[in-house]
Design a protein around this ligand. Structure first.
Ligand SMILES: *[C@@H]1O[C@H](CO)[C@@H](O)[C@H](O)[C@H]1NC(C)=O
Length: 139
């Protein structure tokens, strides 16, 4: 249910930052029907006493190109970084695409700890993550 709400938000209001040209040297475009994806969201809280922070420049220019270089040998095909408005419960929604969930799980097992160790460099909030599959694309 939460996922459906998020997905409808994403596809109606979010803007999409495609991966950088440098990262697009894969044989397959990301997001093909049947692909597995890892969906990661970064919560955001904004109130009178607290403001979440997220460094999108660092994330898009340093963190994800680095993650992609670590995960590509495990079969990662590409990624998209999407931003939501401050009215949404999450600020950033990122998709990592693989052929299978097993490929993602192996990549995470090998590199998850070192990747998470860099979280404080760009985000005040701890991310949440789910696995899923691409059902349809019309782009
Ligand atoms: C603002 O958010 C923080 C973090 O969730 C929370 O601890 C605090 O109680 C909130 N303050 C207000 C005024 O809602």
């Amino acid at each position: 249910m939460q996922f459906q709400t998020l997905a409808s938000l994403l596809f109606t209001t979010a803007s999409v930052f495609s991966q950088s040209a440098k990262a697009q040297d894969t044989a397959c475009a990301p997001g093909n029907v049947g692909d597995a994806f890892s969906l990661t969201v970064y919560p955001q809280i904004h109130n009178a006493t607290y403001d979440s922070t997220f460094d999108l420049d660092y994330y898009s220019q340093q963190q994800l190109p680095w993650v992609y270089s670590l995960y590509k040998p495990f079969g990662m095909k590409g990624y998209t970084i999407n931003t939501l408005g401050t009215d949404a419960p999450y600020s950033i929604v990122t998709f990592f695409y693989f052929d299978t969930e097993e490929q993602f799980n192996e990549a995470l097992a090998a590199h998850g700890d070192e990747i998470l160790a860099r979280l404080p460099l760009f985000s005040s909030e701890y991310p949440i993550h789910w696995l899923g599959h691409v059902f349809n694309t019309t782009i």
